[in-house]
Design a protein around this ligand. Structure first.
Ligand SMILES: O=c1nc2n(C[C@H](O)[C@H](O)[C@H](O)CO)c3cc(O)ccc3cc-2c(=O)[nH]1
Ligand SMILES: C[C@H]1O[C@@H](n2cnc3c(N)ncnc32)[C@H](O)[C@@H]1O
Ligand code: SF4
Length: 758
């Protein structure tokens, strides 16, 4: 690398003392001779100086890997306990026993719950089982101690070891564990069941730990001296360790620099650091840190770049791709990232539940846009295999073969090879059906699901409990909601101008989505263009399959061509409504003007093919049988397996039904759609807020839209007058000890931070 005489962007030579200190620091960084003082200076870089820092970090990174590969691990997240003896002020993962009780949540995930998630992950091509848990909860909470005693375990770490072995034996997934502080003996105990482990050093700041009011005050496992010793223990036990810093929790730039140097020093002694994570703090509601700003992009990029310069060209520097916005990933790559860590196609990031994982192909595209190639890796990095792997574990690691063939490799366990098959029919005992569902919720027979739809009394309680657990361990504890306005096009004769005004007002109110449905004499293409002209960035969720068929006919186009024009005109996704149950007999009886079932299916498949994702629904309480419901859900699963286009499933009552019917429908749907349609929505305008709250405890995880009314043609609302104020939604989720999360139509996080570098 060429070190230039430091000049400003305009070419003038830099001469001020601060400029010179920066230029010197950068020059030492480029040749691997950074001091702690230098690192501190560079961490403060902004504007043109930051640009230069990123350039140097990029070239250091590329020197270590001319092939320009960025890796990730496909994983499932297993939060085996959320009890913890610590109380970090930024953490939303942790529960107290009282909170557990309001959520009806067990102290520890059961072996069946763990296996259910692991098996489904294996079937989706995951190769890592990430066990992330609270630190030694038994030292603080009697409920944890009692649970362990009752199950014959002397400590959480012993339970962790058995569960890791279970997952390994049954699914072939490789355990990576993140249980906090571990002694040398504990590392040795876990070594035969996990090829890699992890613990974030987070920070060496003693002040954050010892001063009342700081984030780590009252958390014994966050004493920097204790944490540094964990890095040493991993080295002594020869365990490949993922560690890193947590940035933006009140530490100074000096602390940040010293933390990185501490990681390097330990790695120089043992060689155990397989990966250094630079994780940005994300403020969480209902924590002491909720008012604190998330880390700015520039400060974050500088931290990554300095980590790259401290750790050197061949080190693996990880930034979690879900903690930045898609538009920011390129800057992180420029800063020297070489790994995206674990990404899950099935489970939420339970530590940052408001931040969904990117789709893996989306991540591949963004990585390619930044000039790098995305490649899958195992939880343990290649350079530690075979030397650092316990010999009893080596066959499991080597079963995946060479890294180059990883995308094709499947875990060797049963789940990956056996397709989800129907179990024997004919069971009527709900308990034994649920026992089976504990293992493979999506693999029951039609007769079993039909029986679940009819469950009542204690059996229904057990069913909703199973659905609630499954919801928790896949999509997590947050309840999502989209800020939107919904307009019924057939309820009010609107002009194109009025539609444009509605779009403008909806965007001004801060909503991210405008939903339009119902038959109309207007041209859908013109409607879409009017919305786009008024509100260029609002998500337009519009036109049911029936409206699409009518629109195509009006233009004498086939459906595919019409959909293409519609996308061009600005439609982003469609409501998968205008159907009750996918059965023509039922349709003829209750909704003869709905599209014939085949036409509905063909149109939805075509829309998904055109890139328009959709919701999916089912009406119940329409005189249908339990078998009719099962058939409907099977059809949705089948469509989903072809297109992947459904974002969510919304069961809707057709008539007044009792609470038990609501609960059974939601809970059975959650089980039956497991691994297919991730989100189940409680339609509060139809069932009321009280029932919606109950359904959120029966498998649902989403509240749909806020349905703002607005002042332009308020009479045109799909449910006039029925808006859900944020505070009210919040009150419901608080009562359930869950958090409310604002989402986009596609279940992403709405943009908040500006991506500016300055
Ligand atoms: O899903 C997550 N994975 C986390 N991981 C897993 C990581 O993304 C990778 O899956 C593993 O490091 C595999 O190498 C961690 C692993 C550690 O060892 C230490 C800390 C973390 C932190 C997270 C996290 O916050 N969320
Ligand atoms: C799993 C890891 O996630 C980190 N962690 C915990 N809470 C947050 C938060 N609010 N934002 C970012 N990272 C967090 C901790 O450092 C832990 O080790
Ligand atoms: S961050 Fe880890 S140690 Fe801290 S409270 Fe949360 S679970 Fe416990």
């Amino acid at each position: 690398m060429v070190i230039r005489i430091p000049r400003r962007m305009d070419g003038t030579v830099i001469t001020s003392p601060a400029d010179l200190a920066f230029a010197d620091a950068l020059a030492r960084g480029a040749r691997g001779a950074l001091t702690v003082d230098d690192a501190e200076v560079l961490l403060g870089a902004r504007g043109p100086e930051l640009e230069r820092l990123l350039d140097v970090a990029s070239s250091v990174r590329d020197a270590g890997d001319p092939a320009r590969v960025i890796t990730y691990s496909r994983k499932v997240f297993l939060p085996i306990t959320t009890l913890c003896q610590d109380r970090c002020h930024y953490c939303i993962f942790v529960d107290t026993p009282a909170k557990l009780a309001t959520k009806h949540k067990p102290a520890y995930m059961s072996p069946e719950q763990i296996l259910t998630v692991a098996r489904q992950g294996a079937a989706l091509g995951c190769k890592e089982a990430l066990f992330t848990l609270g630190d030694r909860p038994e030292q603080r909470w009697p409920v944890a101690r009692e649970w362990l005693d009752a199950h014959g375990y002397s400590s959480t770490v012993h339970y962790l070891r058995d569960m890791a072995r279970l997952v390994l034996d049954e699914t072939g997934l490789l355990p990576h564990m993140n249980p906090g502080v571990l002694s040398l003996e504990e590392f040795e105990l876990l070594r035969p069941v996990a090829p890699s482990m992890g613990m974030m050093l987070e920070t060496t700041s003693g002040r954050l730990w010892s001063e009342p009011g700081q984030v780590h005050f009252g958390s014994p496992d966050k004493d920097p001296a204790v944490r540094l010793e964990v890095l040493e223990n991993a080295g002594r036990a020869r365990v490949p360790l993922t560690t890193g810093i947590l940035v933006g929790i009140g530490e100074t730039l000096r602390d940040r620099a010293e933390s990185l140097f501490a990681i390097r020093a330990s790695h120089e002694r043992w060689g155990q650091v397989q990966e250094t994570i630079v994780q940005n703090f994300r403020a969480k509601d209902a924590t002491a840190m909720q008012g604190v700003d998330d880390l700015g992009t520039a400060e974050y990029a500088a931290a990554i770049a300095v980590a790259r310069l401290v750790m050197g060209p061949v080190a693996v520097i990880q930034a979690p791709p879900n903690l930045a916005d898609a538009a920011e990933l390129e800057i992180l790559v420029r800063a020297g990232v070489s790994d995206w860590g674990g990404v899950s196609p099935l489970t939420a990031d339970h530590v940052n539940p408001e931040r969904p994982w990117p789709q893996i192909d989306e991540l591949a595209r963004l990585t390619a846009d930044a000039g790098y190639t995305l490649r899958e890796r195992l939880t343990v990095h290649d350079r530690y295999v075979p030397e650092w792997i316990d010999e009893t574990l080596l066959p499991a690691v080597e079963a995946f073969g060479e890294a180059a063939t990883l995308e094709m490799a499947l875990p060797r366990g049963r789940a990956a090879t056996a397709p989800l098959s129907s179990s024997d029919g004919g069971r009527t005992d709900i308990r034994s059906i649920l026992e089976l569902a504990q293992n493979e919720p999506a693999a029951l027979s039609d007769a079993d699901y039909a029986a679940l739809f009819e469950a009542r009394g204690e059996e229904l309680d057990a069913l909703t409990q199973a659905a609630d657990d499954l919801r928790r361990y896949t999509v997590g504890e947050s309840v999502s909601i989209v800020e939107n306005r919904a307009v019924a096009l057939d309820a009010a004769a609107l002009t194109l101008d009025e539609i444009a005004d509605i779009a403008i007002e909806t965007a001004e109110l801060g909503a991210t989505e405008l939903c339009l449905q119902g038959s109309t004499t207007l041209d859908p293409l013109e409607i879409a263009r009017a919305v786009r002209a008024g509100a260029p960035s609002i998500h337009l969720h519009a036109f049911r399959p029936a409206d699409l068929v009518a629109g195509a006919a009006r233009h004498h186009l086939d459906i595919d061509e019409f959909l293409r024009l519609l996308v061009e005109a600005g439609v982003d996704s469609i409501p998968g409504t205008g159907v009750k149950l996918l059965d023509d007999g039922i349709r003829m009886r209750i909704a003869p003007t709905d599209l014939p079932v085949n036409a509905w299916i063909r149109t939805v498949v075509a829309a998904h093919g055109a890139g328009l994702r959709s919701t999916s629904i089912m009406y119940y309480g329409a005189g249908e049988s339990a078998a009719d419901r099962v058939a409907h859900l099977r059809t949705l699963r089948e469509i989903q397996s072809q297109t992947g286009g459904f974002t969510e499933f919304v069961p809707m009552p057709f008539s007044e039904v009792d609470l038990d019917t609501h609960r059974a429908v939601f809970a059975t749907s959650r089980l039956m759609l497991h691994g297919s349609i991730p989100h189940v929505q409680a339609p509060w305008p139809r069932v009321g807020l009280e029932t919606a709250a109950l359904l959120l405890q029966s498998g649902a995880d989403d509240l749909g839209g806020t349905l703002l009314t607005g002042t332009v043609r308020p009479d045109a609302g799909s449910n006039p007058g029925a808006q859900l104020p944020w505070a009210e939604a919040k009150a419901i989720t608080r009562r359930l000890s869950r958090t409310l999360r604002r989402r986009t139509t596609m279940y992403g996080e709405p943009a908040r931070r500006s991506g500016a570098l300055a």
